[in-house]
Write a protein that binds this ligand. Sequence first.
Ligand SMILES: NC(=O)c1ccc[n+]([C@@H]2O[C@H](COP(=O)([O-])OP(=O)(O)OC[C@H]3O[C@@H](n4cnc5c(N)ncnc54)[C@H](OP(=O)(O)O)[C@@H]3O)[C@@H](O)[C@H]2O)c1
Length: 307
Amino acid sequence: MASNDRKLIAVIGATGKQGGGVVRALQASGQFKVRALTRDPGKHRDLAEVVVEADLNRPETLKAAFEGAHGAFLVTNFWEEGTDELKQATAAVRAAKDAGVKHFIWSTLPDVEAISRGKLHVPHFTGKAKIDRVVREAGFAHHTFVIAPFYYQSLSGALAPQKQQDGTLGWALPIDPTVRGIHMGDITQLGDIVAGAFAHPDEAGNGAYLPLVGDFMSFNDIIETLNREGHEFSFKQVPTEAFVTLFPGAAEVAATFSHFEAHTYLGSDSHDEIALANKIAGRQPTKFATWARANFPAREAFSATAA
Ligand SMILES: NC(=O)c1ccc[n+]([C@@H]2O[C@H](COP(=O)([O-])OP(=O)(O)OC[C@H]3O[C@@H](n4cnc5c(N)ncnc54)[C@H](OP(=O)(O)O)[C@@H]3O)[C@@H](O)[C@H]2O)c1
């Protein structure tokens, strides 16, 4: 498609896991021109055709960030110190609307406060859900909600297996490992849904909720899958009361697992939404076993076999 015919999409979080996948999927589609947004464009010149500064904490940077864009993708980073997701997202929504953006896509999560009837406090979920209304009421011609799953990547990253007291490598977490409640996925594939939604606003741009789900598992399913590939991971369920004292933020992690166990990650039967997301993405997301084989190899087991 000629450069001038391609619609411009501005992507917040373009240097991160979600936004990075969005940039790559938009580029691969050939239908869009990408404006990658980052707080430090000098450091990330090769990110996309155009790289522009945007800092959600400095709304004055957002006018130029969204100027002339047809679409915008927004993710906020709860885990970055000092982040106020509602304040950041509200600033981005306002700036995008003022700049004339037609299609706004927000990466949200389920409202655990409502799902658990006020019993569980999971601000990184509920705080995002509260932003949905701001997006809905802004009056964009089209808007879409995408829902990121529990990243497969977390299992080899932030939540990597640890050495346990009995000498095994594995997880000690406050969740019943037999309960199937975790909607999971390869986060790099969220971009396929986002690019598909920008390409099909009639089907996806009317406030649809589009979750990325590659697999739906219990912790026992996760461990069996990994151990079939040659790992020897263990799992121990620990009491929530003990877990919450282990590190700052542990209470939030424990409440998240309580939510998965009681209500599932998405909090409801999301069969139709998942089917629509896969249709919009134009592909089935990767299953955990396939992802793990390529990205979470049991190195010692492989080298022992090779020897
Ligand atoms: N881990 C999981 O399993 C999981 C599941 C569902 C949802 N989530 C959610 O995912 C979100 C994080 O997304 P991610 O995984 O893509 O994060 P990430 O890989 O850590 O990247 C964070 C991105 O946020 C951008 N950013 C942070 N503060 C910014 C600011 N003030 N202005 C502009 N950009 C800013 C960074 O851009 P620059 O540094 O380039 O400016 C970077 O691109 C969190 O809110 C978390 O709750 C995580």
